[in-house]
Design a protein around this ligand. Structure first.
Ligand SMILES: CC(=O)N[C@H]1[C@@H](OP(=O)(O)OP(=O)(O)OC[C@H]2O[C@@H](n3ccc(=O)[nH]c3=O)[C@H](O)[C@@H]2O)O[C@H](CO)[C@@H](O)[C@@H]1O[C@H](C)C(=O)N[C@@H](C)C(=O)N[C@H](CCC(=O)O)C(=O)O
Ligand SMILES: Nc1ncnc2c1ncn2[C@@H]1O[C@H](COP(=O)(O)OP(=O)(O)OP(=O)(O)O)[C@@H](O)[C@H]1O
Length: 497
């Protein structure tokens, strides 16, 4: 794209600059390739302008920003814009050729259940014969189904990666895409250039308030998805947010489907929910009729995720019979209510990603239903800048909803681990509970719980789910919770580990 065209797209004035060809755009200086424009973002930690020289050395042919620092000059054309993050998204979208225009895009947002709902929607679309791509916390997939990782560890990466991935999907023949859209992404314009056909809303509870500042702002940021999509799928059980989302979803002619897993008045409803040790069955009532459904997952909240995914995919034209048949073959999501293989006489061990007090509560409540003996949970809480206000509530929820609790490490980063354990213990004590121990080393904590648990017990390993690393201090160590669980069961049997 010519720089002059890019300037016109961004409403910037490139007067007096040479008109060059811009082949890409990046906000990250060390990702610049020759021919790219560097977008200098003034962020919370860095001023991107510090990296202009680095970007130019790597071949940047232009810089986009809100203004060079006083006294500094830019060695390549500088496009001055009023707001840099929207400009980053608009530039990336224009250079990628607006790939989402060629796709039917389902966006999924909410505090809990985004990844599960996104993976369910992907499966339902593919089973309906649609060539579908996915962009999610677990990585991204083109229609070939191979899971790939973008060059950053985000649920929703920055706009240049989002647009590049969507373009790759189109290039690979995709007709549909599922885009998990985090609140950070919505607030920071990472998905500004995505043309959403359907918005799927799971739920909203307090998380990430360190970033959004207040529940009101968190709601405002997340609700951007519903405002942008042509059709919204909303959860009537998500009180009080549902009522507030309806007018936002239907403004400007937007249409709406509602769902309820709790027996509420909704277009899509689940009744006769039966939780088994390995699957959930229910009757689904829809505007297309009713059907018996089987979801091969545990966790009652997955009924809500399944309804959300089915209603979202139905909005793109897939019929009920196909959806119900596809649901029964869903393979689950790694690290979310994932059951570890066990032998007779061994406790059921479940690896789960719940890391907020509400999601932990739901996870424990639902596992309780199919646990005959005692319910154990092993968990920690993140350190560093991550929301410290959730530590005591996690301690309270764990000790009130499980019989035995082991507090341990979970990405404590540079926060002293003992401080986090103390906070979780405080939450437990304030709830009048003493059914816990703290074991700092997570391997030891898991082995303790698995060794002490009886054959009828269930041990939930919460918080790490599918993550592949653990942040201890400034060190990043490889971590595989499912392997830790397998080794703990082997150690319990006395096998070499
Ligand atoms: C709150 C948040 O999301 N902040 C993100 C944001 O930071 P920022 O705007 O303050 O930027 P900054 O880090 O000060 O850097 C300024 C600019 O300098 C550039 N830079 C910086 C350093 C350098 O060496 N070279 C360079 O070019 C950066 O790319 C950036 O453009 O832009 C940065 C560049 O992309 C991100 O690294 C940073 O993510 C932080 C580290 C983060 O942890 N984000 C997480 C919380 C996040 O986004 N999570 C969501 C939700 C997950 C969920 O729902 O659970 C997600 O979508 O993953
Ligand atoms: N609908 C739901 N309501 C409450 N809790 C849920 C729901 N769905 C999943 N969970 C819990 O939240 C955990 C994370 O699920 P999932 O990864 O699907 O959510 P997410 O919103 O993508 O979270 P993150 O963005 O942090 O990855 C699960 O392991 C489960 O314990």
């Amino acid at each position: 794209m010519r720089l002059s065209d890019l300037a016109a797209t961004l409403g910037a004035d490139p007067a007096g600059t040479d008109d060059v060809e811009v082949t890409g755009v990046s906000h990250q200086a060390d990702w610049i390739r020759p021919g790219d424009a560097f977008v200098a973002v003034r962020g919370a930690r860095f001023d991107g302008h510090t990296f202009v020289a680095d970007a130019v050395e790597r071949g940047a042919v232009a810089v986009i920003g809100e203004g060079m620092p006083a006294g500094a000059t830019c060695p390549v054309p500088y496009l001055r814009v009023a707001a840099v993050r929207p400009a980053l998204a608009d530039a990336a979208t224009a250079i990628a050729g607006r790939p989402s225009d060629a796709l039917s895009v389902i966006g999924v947002t909410g505090t809990d259940g985004k990844t599960t709902t996104s993976c369910l929607a992907l499966h339902l679309l593919r089973e309906a014969g649609r060539a579908t791509g996915l962009l999610s916390t677990i990585g991204y997939e083109l229609p070939d189904g191979v899971l790939r990782q973008p060059p950053s560890h985000f649920t929703t990466p920055e706009a240049p990666q989002v647009q590049q991935i969507l373009r790759d999907m189109v290039g690979a023949g995709a007709s549909d895409a599922v885009v998990e859209s985090s609140s950070h992404a919505l607030a920071l314009d990472r998905v500004r250039g995505v043309d959403y056909d359907v918005a799927v809303w799971t739920n909203l509870t307090g998380e990430h308030l360190d970033f959004h500042g207040s529940m009101e702002q968190y709601f405002a940021d997340k609700s951007l998805l519903v405002q942008r999509a042509r059709h919204s799928v909303l959860n009537v059980d998500d009180v009080p947010w549902f009522e507030r989302l309806v007018p936002l979803a239907t403004a400007d002619g937007g249409s709406l489907t509602t769902y309820s897993a709790e027996g509420g008045e909704a277009d899509w409803r689940a009744t006769d929910v039966e939780e088994g040790p390995e699957a959930i069955t229910f009757t689904v009532h829809t505007p297309m009729g009713s059907a018996a459904a089987r979801l091969p997952m545990i966790g009652r909240f997955n009924v809500a995720n399944a309804l959300a995914a089915m209603a979202g995919v139905a909005a793109t034209g897939v019929g009920l019979e196909e959806l119900v048949a596809a649901l029964a073959t869903f393979g689950g999501v790694a690290g979310r209510m994932e059951m570890v293989e066990r032998r007779d006489g061994e406790p059921r061990v479940i690896v789960d990603f719940a890391h907020t007090p509400p999601s932990l509560e739901k996870a424990l409540e639902t596992v309780r239903v199919t646990t005959q003996g005692a319910l154990w949970v092993v968990l920690g809480s993140a350190g560093g800048p991550r929301d410290p206000s959730k530590r005591a509530p996690l301690g309270r929820v764990a000790t009130t909803h499980a019989d035995r609790v082991v507090f341990t490490e979970e990405d404590h980063r540079t926060t002293p681990l003992q401080d986090i354990l103390d906070e979780m213990e405080r939450g437990a004590r304030e709830a009048g509970r003493d059914n816990f121990v703290s074991i700092g080393d997570r391997t030891d904590a898991i082995r303790y719980a698995v060794r002490e648990a009886g054959a009828d017990d269930t041990v939930v390993l919460a918080g790490k789910g599918p993550e592949e690393t653990m942040e201890r201090g400034t060190e990043l160590v490889p971590w595989e919770e499912i392997e830790e669980a397998r080794r703990a069961l082997a150690a319990r049997r006395g096998d070499p580990t």
